[in-house]
Design a protein around this ligand. Structure first.
Ligand code: SAM
Length: 262
């Protein structure tokens, strides 16, 4: 492995530059609408549901749900920058969404305070400790009401490994270029990302590493966290255009339920 990664990379990567480098996926309202269309087919959202958008970034899915009349969303994320951006967007759209900062492994939110918990846009696999994703899923379980639904949307590790490309770049209008060099290390993909302005030079040079899950592995992990009725739906490709969209291209959706109160 030649790409060295600070284990805490995920605490600083999700900033304003990320909103530019990943704008094709996370600042594209049409794409978010298509994603939410599919989520709503898989999970029965009801108007009065208390919905937690865990690792929700700047809350694009909550904003879209709110626009559709689901009025009680909470976005929880580690990134102050993304939460502030989300808060501004929600105020502009007159959506009463709560934005809460913290670590999804231990949120301090009350037991059983949500009817639906969503972990979307490939938000697992960041903390290097192998048990961290299990901790997040167990935390989501604690936060759900009995019979509540979990929805996880993450990259399909099998597909990503099968179509692995060690180099990718794309231009962002009008003058920024994003270059990515990638390596596979077992179940992880590590990447170096350089962002360059054609006018002013280097904007960012950072590395990160994301754990990949194959369908069987994520099913097993979700079951270990206590859920039942775990289903995986593969082949989720919300992008319409051609291109290398990294972890946001080949995705799988996992639905699961918390048991009913005995
Ligand atoms: C790729 S972004 C996706 C954000 C959002 N779900 C979306 O689809 O736009 C991943 C997000 O997960 C958050 N995240 C990852 N691990 C986290 C943790 N342990 N606690 C809180 N947030 C976390 C990051 O801060 C980042 O905003």
């Amino acid at each position: 492995m030649s790409i060295e990664v600070n284990p805490d990379w995920w605490k600083t990567l999700f900033d304003d530059v990320y909103l530019t480098t990943d704008a094709r996926s996370v600042c594209n309202d049409d794409l978010t609408r298509r994603e939410v269309d599919v989520f709503c087919e898989l999970v029965p959202f009801r108007r009065q549901d208390r919905i937690l958008d865990l690792c929700g970034g700047h809350g694009r899915h909550s904003l879209e749900l709110c626009r559709r009349g689901y009025g009680c969303c909470t976005v929880f994320d580690y990134s102050h920058t993304l939460l502030e951006r989300g808060q501004r967007g929600a105020s502009k759209a007159s959506c009463a969404i709560s934005f809460v900062q913290g670590d999804a492994r231990s949120t301090d939110l009350a037991d059983g305070s949500f009817d639906r918990v969503m972990i979307l846009g490939n938000s697992l696999g960041y903390v290097p400790d192998g048990e961290s994703d299990l901790q997040i899923l167990i935390e989501a379980f604690r936060l759900l009401v009995p019979d509540g639904w979990l929805l996880v949307d993450l990259t399909d590790g099998r597909q990503v490994k099968g179509r692995f490309s060690p180099n990718a770049w794309h231009e962002i209008e009008p003058n920024v270029v994003v270059c990515r060099q990638r390596e596979i290390d077992g179940n992880r993909i590590c990447a170096r990302e350089m962002v360059l302005s054609k006018h002013t030079g280097l904007i960012r040079d950072k590395t990160y590493c994301v754990r990949l899950y194959e369908p069987e592995a994520i099913i097993a992990l979700v079951r270990r966290a206590g859920y039942h009725d775990v289903r995986v739906h593969r082949g989720f490709r919300p992008h319409r255009g051609k291109g290398d969209f990294g972890f946001m291209d080949q995705r799988m959706l996992v639905t699961a339920r918390k048991h009913q109160r005995k």
